[in-house]
Write a protein that binds this ligand. Structure first.
Ligand code: DGJ
Length: 730
């Protein structure tokens, strides 16, 4: 049972989820807020001894001559700055005198039912099960700055969410130079740091680092969560596996600049912080102004990485993603990007649509190049009028034609951008983000619109909305193909320029909120040059995100493994494309491309009219397989059974239905090996006592046997071969 309680006598807050506990303490006369414990659930409530306040150097009321020694060792719940704790600060300000000291002390608290939202930001919500929230008010009385540290727990989850808001309750203006959303001090247990790193077409590969003394971090200062590093880190025990050992996961519900850092100090304790990156960040807070920091989702598991994964998946499916499509099968789409790039017209797309329909595909998505005079990526972003040289007769007629073939219709936009070669730029050059007197940096020959200006935001939003109103459009792919540079806004005062990066993210969220409010039945897929903005913040608005521009089935194994470490399979945009693959030049069997794409939203990204008869004939069968397994994949529990990125030979993962009545195992033999036995894979997640038949055979075994003794999988013959194994309860 989840619960939050306050122990008056020992001045402790204890948050219990079903299997974890988190304990915060108020210490000494001044009311320092300390961190006592986070980990597996504990039975005792009073664990204040864990804060070591009775050891030297003792609390300031006893030993004020060594105040800094106390502050620099005390496991604090939210570290201050420049007053004695030399470890990473969670907050930094510049006050009216230009000084930067700040230290929050306990002021009061509330324990409330439910889970409040966070103004202007995506956040987890209570949903269909219950939630409870602890709000601890803190204050720096010298500055007159107040803060609230919020913690929420959920009846059906072991996740704990944290966020912070602060208020300038003084009469003076202050500048907020840094505000982390969380700070967690704990003893080191020889943890490794798990991170997801990448690049364009190579997103979210899992990597481990040993945690050494000093600071180690991952971050983005690119204005989005980025291809390169990801707003997620985990502390992983030395011997942790998929199903044993400790792991602490931290995931940031935000889509802009972030910092996630672990610091190991002189006493072998760790401080983890996560929040908006302080680089290029400075918020002016006048008297009475507030600032809301985004949410962090923490998950502790002592049953390995797999349990952490499933906790994140369920939390995001039940308490973050709002789309009506979350629980519905998504239409099998065909996207024309890799099929045609910019070289298409209505006839070519209708040919694709007709053949796609014959194959059982359900929706046509028209990607980049349908508007302005855009025949390559050098022009027209901002000019969102259909190009009638390409789409003859206009968009409405074209969509009607697609619908008449029996397909739904979806469309691509990049609403946040402006091409220097566009009518929009010629009319409003100041709408692009740029530093006065400096030529802004182009990327993909485009600039970023200054969405923090309401007139720019309205223009960009109305372009999308007007197109959607003009025809029967049921899906939008919202792309973002460059990262932010030249941070400066023509509309912000000079002492507010440091607000632009965060205001930009808030503005983009506001636009997406308007879109899903005005078009509640729209299926929205986010995208950013592949998967550069694949983060929990975006899932608040769209149930799926294009995972990567790399559609090669083998590269996708690593990308999807890293992505699925935290995000549900139902969120991963995954398509079958042609070979040789356009990003890596690899040839893989059509069947394997389909099997790998099944672990995502599933669709096609190819010119179906140019496929061999054999591949074309495979599509209806793949779509049948998609329909057969999609509910299981979308709603089930994911287990990682073997990893190609570790063994360099084969990959294997499984989805088990919630009632454990069936499971689907995907096995990919990436490299064939001569003269080898079958592979023994231990099958996790089944009901020990149920008997499972391997579909299509006479073999049936108990879950316990498959878990402990394993299943023998005959390696498919050849490189890049794959198979699906369906276990069904007898
Ligand atoms: C990047 C996306 O990831 C691709 O799928 C495609 O939409 C292009 N942008 C279009 O410019």
């Amino acid at each position: 049972m989840m619960n939050i309680k306050y122990l008056e006598k020992s001045r402790l807050f204890k948050l219990d989820t079903n299997n974890t506990s988190y304990v915060i303490g108020v210490v000494d006369e001044e009311g320092f807020l300390g961190h006592a414990y986070y980990g597996a659930r504990i039975a005792d409530d009073d664990v204040s001894y864990l804060m070591r306040i009775y050891e030297n150097p003792k609390v300031p009321s006893v030993n004020n001559r060594d105040r800094s020694s106390f502050l620099d060792t005390f496991p604090t719940e939210f570290s201050g700055n420049n007053v004695g704790d030399y470890r990473e600060s969670a907050i930094a300000v510049t006050d009216k005198n230009g000084a930067s000291g700040i230290q929050f002390l306990y002021k009061g608290h509330r324990i409330i039912d439910g889970k409040p939202g966070i103004k202007g930001l995506p956040a987890t919500f209570e949903g269909e099960s219950k939630a409870m929230t602890l709000e601890i008010d803190v204050v720096d009385a010298t500055l007159g700055i107040e803060g609230t540290l919020s913690y929420s727990i959920f009846e059906d989850s072991d996740a704990i969410t944290r966020s912070v808001r602060i208020k300038n309750s003084s009469e003076d203006t202050i500048y907020l130079d840094k505000l982390m959303s969380m700070c967690l001090d704990m003893d080191d247990n020889n943890y490794k740091m798990l991170m997801l790193h990448g690049s364009w077409a190579r997103e979210r590969h899992i990597e481990y680092r040993q945690i050494g003394y000093g600071k180690q971090s991952v971050s983005s200062t690119r204005g989005e969560s980025s291809h390169q590093e990801h707003p997620f880190i985990a502390l992983v025990g030395e011997n942790t596996t998929q199903n044993t050992g400790e792991v602490y996961g931290f995931n940031f519900v935000y889509s802009g600049n972030f910092l996630a850092q672990v610091e190991k100090n002189q006493f072998d304790s760790l401080r983890v912080v996560m929040g908006i990156h302080p680089d290029n960040f400075r918020f002016k807070l006048n008297a009475g102004d507030e600032f809301y920091a985004p949410e962090v989702v923490m998950v502790y598991s002592n049953n390995g990485l797999g349990q952490m994964t499933r906790t994140y998946h369920d939390l995001y499916r039940n308490h973050l993603i709002r789309s009506p499509y979350l629980k519905k099968p998504r239409p099998v789409l065909i996207n024309n990007w890799e099929a045609t790039y910019f070289d298409f017209d209505n006839e070519k797309l209708l040919d694709i649509a007709r053949t796609a329909k014959e194959c059982g595909i359900e929706m046509l998505v028209m990607d980049d190049g349908w508007f302005g005079y855009r025949n390559d990526d050098n022009s027209s972003l901002g000019d969102w009028q259909v190009n009638e040289n390409k789409i003859k007769g206009g968009l409405k007629k074209f969509v009607d034609d697609v619908n008449a073939i029996g397909l739904k219709f979806g469309i691509w936009f990049e609403p946040e951008m402006i091409s220097p070669d566009s009518d929009l730029y010629r009319a409003h050059p100041d709408w692009a983000i740029a530093i006065p007197d400096r030529i802004p940096c182009r990327s993909r020959n485009q600039y970023v619109l200054d969405l923090t200006r309401p007139e720019v935001r309205d223009y960009a939003y109305n372009c999308v909305a007007n197109i959607l109103k003009s025809a029967n459009i049921e899906y939008v792919k919202w792309d973002m193909n460059r990262q932010l540079t030249d941070i400066s806004s023509a509309c912000l005062d000079k002492d507010r320029q440091g607000e632009l990066m965060h205001r930009y993210v808030l503005a983009m969220y506001e636009m997406q909120e308007r879109l899903i409010t005005d078009f509640p039945n729209l299926l929205l897929e986010n995208c950013s040059g592949g998967g550069a903005r694949f983060d929990p913040g975006m899932f608040y608005y769209s149930p799926q995100i294009w995972c990567s521009d790399d559609t090669d089935a083998i590269e996708r194994l690593s990308i999807q493994e890293g992505t699925a470490l935290i995000y549900p399979l139902s969120t991963m945009g995954a398509h079958v494309s042609v070979c040789p693959n356009h990003t890596v030049g690899r040839n893989t069997p059509f069947e394997t491309r389909g099997n790998v794409a099944l672990a995502g939203t599933f669709g096609y990204e190819l010119d179906v009219t140019k496929l061999s008869e054999e591949d074309k004939a495979a599509i209806p069968k793949q779509i049948d397989i998609y329909h057969k397994y999609n509910e299981l994949i979308r709603l089930g529990d994911y287990y990682r059974l073997a990893s190609y990125s570790k063994n360099n030979l084969y990959d294997c993962y499984e989805v088990v239905s919630k009632d454990k009545s069936e499971a689907l195992i995907t096995f990919v033999q990436v490299l064939n090996q001569p003269n080898m036995h079958s592979v023994n894979i231990k099958i996790d997640g089944l009901d020990d006592n149920k008997i499972y038949r391997i579909e299509g055979t006479d073999e049936a075994y108990r879950g316990l046997t498959l878990k402990n003794a394993g299943l023998l999988i005959s390696r498919p013959w050849g490189d890049f071969q794959s198979m699906l194994i369906h276990l069904v309860e007898e």
